[in-house]
Design a protein around this ligand. Sequence first.
Ligand SMILES: Cc1ncc(COP(=O)(O)O)c(C=O)c1O
Length: 443
Amino acid sequence: MAKVYGQTVFEQYLQANRRSKELNDRARSLLPGGITRTSVYFDPFPPYMEYGVGCRIHDVDGNERIDFSNNYTALILGHCPPAVVNAVQAQVTRGSAFAAPTRHEIDLAEVIAERIPSVRRVRFASSGTEAVMFALRLARAFTGCRKIAKAEGGFHGTSEYAAVSVSPDLDLAGDARTPVSLAAAQGVPDRVVEDVVVFPFNDIDATEAIVRRHRGDLAAVIVEPVLGSSGMIPARPDYLQALREITAQNGVLLILDEIITLRLAPGGAQSIYGVTPDLTVMGKIIGGGYPVAAFGGRAEIMALLDPEGGRPPIPQSGTFNGNPIGMIAGLATLRQLTPAVYDRLNGMGDDLRRRLRDLFSRKRVAAQVTGMGSLLNLHFSGVEVTDFRTMRTGDGGRLRQVFFGLLNEGIYLAPRGMACLSTAMGDEEVLAFVRATERALET
Ligand SMILES: Cc1ncc(COP(=O)(O)O)c(C=O)c1O
């Protein structure tokens, strides 16, 4: 009988994660799929976590793994960093949320504005989805235009306008240079899809042609400096600058979604690429492990939120916006993130990517390691991965096999091959990842 592709790694996973399976069975009668967040699910079930400290996480079966997911890049200091735990503990007995502002949101806003000069005004939200939703609404209100342009494969959360061409079916997505806008979920209204224009990431000429075609109707271009959910693909050095010029020339706002890329430098990717957006969306690391996001930018755009003198053109609500626990955790985290800390973290990322590329070439495995700074993604493809469509050339079966091999070897990463580092890691963890990958390739 032919050997089932990678059967043993899956069997090994099932055997070592029996309690997680029991919890998943129990959860399924209430929570669809037994989970409450699609990105944490993988077939047949994910491990259920018990606790995490530093760069290590422990599941209900007693398995310890090095956490290279870091809650999808949010935990830049790893789990329970003492500075954050102490700051949060001091606030927990003083109140978790008030229907009133606190000084903590001013403290965090000041640090953000100091680090990211394009952020002249800022507002907090509780999730990146919400922050993106407000940034897009601001852009539409400020310009009076209804359309939004986004990259094919770009992920900006799950609000209606963001839920277009996130992971489109290539049989339906049309020509690479003029991608068709496709709903990313059932229930997204056709009218919304019609108002979202899709462009190919990293292709300046095609993007320019699309922006020009829709000028007059287009409020904003929103883009991630590193295409995240499509495989940690950095923008080419001149792509973001070209986008800045194209948007300015056509009267369109530029929104950078830096929810992941604030990981790259104190001033985010915009400080590396030398681009000044009109608006920036932030999240993940700015909450220090708690649910905090933000959006900010030019004062005259953000003025649409200002309630002085009556109801603002764009009211913003959110029961937990600016809650002191999240603000304090975010502040404690950003204070740890000095330029030297970023340099060490990014250097570890460069080292890990280099070692993995060496491994793949030594083993003659057709694979790419994309990424930048502390962010990386494995792709089992012989094609250079520069956008959503080249990412799709990857061998999903091979990736799944290596993913389970890594899980069994004590390495936790995202099923799509995304990994990131935390400051709680060092050379030991970098080498552990490479050795585990080598073993996983042999399974
Ligand atoms: C680039 C980007 N934008 C937006 C979001 C949505 O943020 P949240 O999950 O906090 O709603 C994410 C989340 O992964 C993201 O990576």
